[in-house]
Design a protein around this ligand. Structure first.
Ligand SMILES: [Zn+2]
Length: 141
């Protein structure tokens, strides 16, 4: 069961998009129906890190090792590959410590029937744009 859906469908009457920062203190008002609630739906985001490998080292390295002329290049490639592995691990660790959790006020009945509508999510900016009930918006400002 997911508490959130991504949607670009038009907002219902009175509803509008708002930007929520992960550190922001949110009112105790359900974002979907506007009722008072202490319940929150935690939205967790693991990382924005994706493994991008611009070069196919796996294919290039064994081929080059068997050609003496390219031995120096092969060594450079191996070093680059080791460095890349270290960097990858480091990035992964960095990403995992940067997990984001948004605690969005969301009453029990809405959490079952009406998921939070997310318009946009920005990991690096630590914010997201969600559709919000007018009462929620009103108490934010
Ligand atoms: Zn609700």
């Amino acid at each position: 069961m997911s508490y959130v859906v991504r949607s670009n469908s038009p907002s219902r009457q009175g509803h509008a998009d708002i930007t929520i920062n992960v550190h922001q203190k949110l009112p105790r008002i359900c974002i979907r129906c506007g009722d008072s609630t202490k319940r929150v739906s935690p939205l967790r985001y693991k990382d924005a890190y994706t493994e991008v490998n611009p070069y196919d080292w796996a294919r290039a390295t064994p081929f080059m090792i068997f050609i003496p002329f390219f031995q120096i290049i092969a060594h450079v490639l191996i070093l680059a590959r080791i460095w890349q592995a270290i960097e990858k691990r480091w990035n992964r660790r960095k990403a995992s410590t940067n997990d984001l959790t948004f605690k969005i006020p969301h009453c029990l009945s809405c959490s079952k029937k009406r998921p939070i509508i997310q318009r946009h999510f920005d990991f690096h900016g630590r914010n997201m744009i969600v559709d919000a009930h007018p009462a929620f918006r009103g108490s934010l400002s």
